[in-house]
Every structure is written in C-alpha cells, then in structure tokens.
Design a protein around this ligand. Sequence first.
Ligand code: NAP
Length: 235
Amino acid sequence: MQILITGTSRGLGNGLAGFYLNRGHTVYGISRTANPGLDSHPSFHFLPLDLSDFNAVEEVLPEFLRKAGKLNLAVLNAGMLGEIKDMKDTSLKEIRKVMDINVWSNKVLIDLMYENLEHVSQIVAVSSGAAIFGNRGWNAYSISKAALNMLVKLYSREREETHFSSIAPGLIDSDMQEYIFSLDDDQRFPSLNRLKDQKSSGRMPSAAEAAEILAKSILKAHNEESGSFLDVREM
Ligand SMILES: NC(=O)c1ccc[n+]([C@@H]2O[C@H](COP(=O)([O-])OP(=O)(O)OC[C@H]3O[C@@H](n4cnc5c(N)ncnc54)[C@H](OP(=O)(O)O)[C@@H]3O)[C@@H](O)[C@H]2O)c1
C-alpha cells in the first residue's frame, strides 16, 4: 500500500509510519523536523514542511503528491494541543494557530490531494475525545477537533470515491501528554488529574502501541458510514 502520514517526526505519526514500513508498505511522511527511526528506510519518502505555512504547502506539496501518484490511505495526524487554560484567557491569535494546523492545513491538504493524485482510497483524520467532551481548559483544541470532524463529514458528502473517517486514537504517551504531565495541579481543570494519574500508573499506551490500535481501527472504519467520527475505544 501507498500511505501518506502527516506528523511523522514523533508520537503517534512516527509509530504509525514505523508500523506500516515494517509490514512492507511505502510511507510518504510530512513534518517540520526529522523522523527518528524512519529516515534511512528505503520505502520512506519525507517532505520537511510546516503544514500551517499554506503558501509553502501550495508550492511544494503538489510535486510530492504527484510522485506518489495514488494513495491507498492518507492519515491526517499532525496536530498541536495549545495551552490548557480558560476560554476567556485564550486570545484569538492562539486559537487561530491551533485551528491552522489542526483544521485548515487538512483542508488545504485534501484539496491538493484531489488536484494532484490519480486516486485516494481512504482518508483518516486523527481526532480526539476532546471534540465532544468539552472539558474546561481544552479551549482551541476542543473547537479544532470538533471542526475537524465536521470537515471530514462534509468532504465525505462530496467525494464518494474515498472513504472518510475521523478517529479518536485514545490516550498516547507522547510529547502532548508530557506537556499535560508537566502542568501544576489546578482544581479548575479536573480532567488533567485523570490524565496524569493514567500516565503515572503506566496504563497509557506508547506511541507504537497506540499506532497498532489505530491501524486496526483504520481497517474497521470501512464497516462504518463514510464521514463518521469513531473512537478506537469503542471499535
Ligand atoms: N497524545 C494523546 O494522548 C492524543 C489523544 C487524542 C488525540 N491525539 C491526536 O493524535 C495526533 C498525534 O498526537 P501526538 O500525541 O502524537 O502528538 P505529538 O507527539 O505532539 O506529535 C505531533 C506531530 O505533529 C507534527 N506537527 C505539529 N505541527 C506541525 C506543523 N505545523 N507542520 C507539520 N507537522 C506538524 C509534529 O512534527 P514537527 O514538530 O516535527 O513538525 C509531530 O510529528 C494529534 O492530532 C493529536 O491531536 C493525541
């Protein structure tokens, strides 16, 4: 299979790329920084790119996509959390930054895929339970994942030749959780204590473990209506 994954330098995207490469697939990876464990693999093709720099994306992504020709799967995984704090303390500038990478970069990428590829069979956007929980403090991140789910649903109505889904991957012991773990206890944000407890108990899957769980769910997603929001914990 030919697979595009965004955010391959670390965390879930890095684990997922390794998972597919180990099974003989070809992976096209995109992130701003290098990809430990992947860069020397002969079936790994890398484009260093800031996906929120839309002018740069329009300039360099078409050629990278045309090299791939067609894709069996694209996993829109790159994302950022932003700062955990109240909505009232979060500036529009901060919200826009999170929205640019978590939502709008995926719109630009999807449009360029249809312009430059012969075919893309399946598109999976990596979402989060935060899209629906609305826990205090998750401000721009929650808004961005809710918008991402709707973006995917809307594209699924237009593009019947592709199977779309947004999938919450469950918790992953990555840099994102490292940031949460580093925060001081704050009674305004009780959801953080639950995550910290889970991380310190060793029950939080590593990126490699989470990637294997997500890869299984990506296969199962075909049983669901295109455009659905799914959660690996319920599949
Ligand atoms: N960790 C969790 O518990 C958890 C739970 C639910 C959902 N998720 C979702 O899962 C996905 C992966 O999360 P993770 O925990 O693996 O995150 P992570 O460890 O912070 O990795 C994020 C990846 O996204 C890339 N990225 C970020 N901004 C980028 C930009 N502007 N341009 C290009 N690439 C960019 C990073 O690469 P560079 O920095 O090299 O560019 C990195 O490879 C995210 O969409 C996240 O929202 C995570």
